[in-house]
Design a protein around this ligand. Structure first.
Ligand code: ADP
Length: 247
């Protein structure tokens, strides 16, 4: 059994009395790809917002690498190595793919821009940015304006800018949403390629992506954990089948 890297205890978020996330105790093992699935309105996005500190919990706690991050700022959490894709790294459409990644490298994990680095440092940023573009399959698009990239490639670029922050754990919010089959396959391969020793928690609607990619799955419905386990276990759960068919 691997070590837990991210853990919540009794995580709860209410919106004016409506309980969107209800007593969720989630354990994500280090080095795994873990999916958070569930019908619309199940509380997945709220959960992500709680984990990255964009929302404060009403009750409960969150630990990352053994540290209580419940009251930390989003920037402090990112500096610890828990980074949500697109969190800090919105793609700038008028900059090239390379410039976008270079900017993310310059900024680092929540640090402010430093425009006064030496030429040598800047050249290193460029080398690293090219490596990251290679990792996400965008080698041929370094000089293309981000706004001109296809939707699938934009998502790949967003992942590259997130990787620039060297996250130990990445949160991916529906990485394949709205993609063509071809782009979905590309993202699946990309996630496999970038996982390295990283932990990835993703919200994903496409169950074949979840099946092909994820080691462990947590199913949420109406804010609560309904089932947990590997794909075979979770997909055989009668209430999971009902929740999906009934949604
Ligand atoms: P999911 O991502 O699984 O579709 P969400 O986390 O977006 O679910 O939403 C869970 C529930 O919480 C929904 O019923 C949604 O309407 C409600 N909700 C989410 N954010 C807010 C908010 N800011 N104010 C009020 N209700 C909210």
């Amino acid at each position: 059994m691997s070590d837990t890297i991210l853990e919540t205890a009794g995580l709860t978020r209410e919106f004016r009395g409506f309980v969107a996330v209800n007593d969720v105790s989630l354990h994500v093992a280090a080095g795994t790809i873990h999916a958070l699935i569930g019908p619309n309105g199940a509380g997945k996005t709220t959960c992500f917002n709680l984990l990255t500190k964009f929302l404060a919990p009403t009750r409960g706690s969150i630990r990352f690498k053994g540290r209580d991050i419940t009251r930390m700022s989003p920037a402090a959490v990112a500096r610890l190595g828990l980074v949500r894709s697109f969190q800090i790294s919105a793609v700038f459409p008028h900059l090239s793919a390379l410039e976008n990644v270079r900017m993310a490298l310059q900024r680092g994990r929540g640090a402010s821009f430093d425009f006064w680095r030496s030429d040598r440092t800047l050249a290193r940023y460029d080398d690293r940015a090219r490596e990251l573009l290679f990792d996400v399959g965008l080698t041929g698009y370094a000089d293309t304006q981000a706004g001109e990239l296809s939707y699938g490639r934009k998502r790949a670029l967003e992942i590259a800018t997130t990787l620039a922050l060297e996250p130990e754990m990445m949160l991916l919010d529906e990485p394949t949403a709205g993609m063509t089959h071809e782009d979905v396959d590309r993202i699946v391969q990309l996630v496999r390629r970038i996982r390295g020793g990283r932990t990835i928690l993703m919200v994903e609607h496409n169950l074949s992506v979840v099946e092909g990619l994820c080691d462990r799955i947590t199913v949420l419905t109406r804010g609560r954990i309904l089932a947990e386990g590997d794909y075979a276990t979770v997909s055989a759960h009668p209430e999971v089948i009902a929740a999906y068919l009934g949604s």
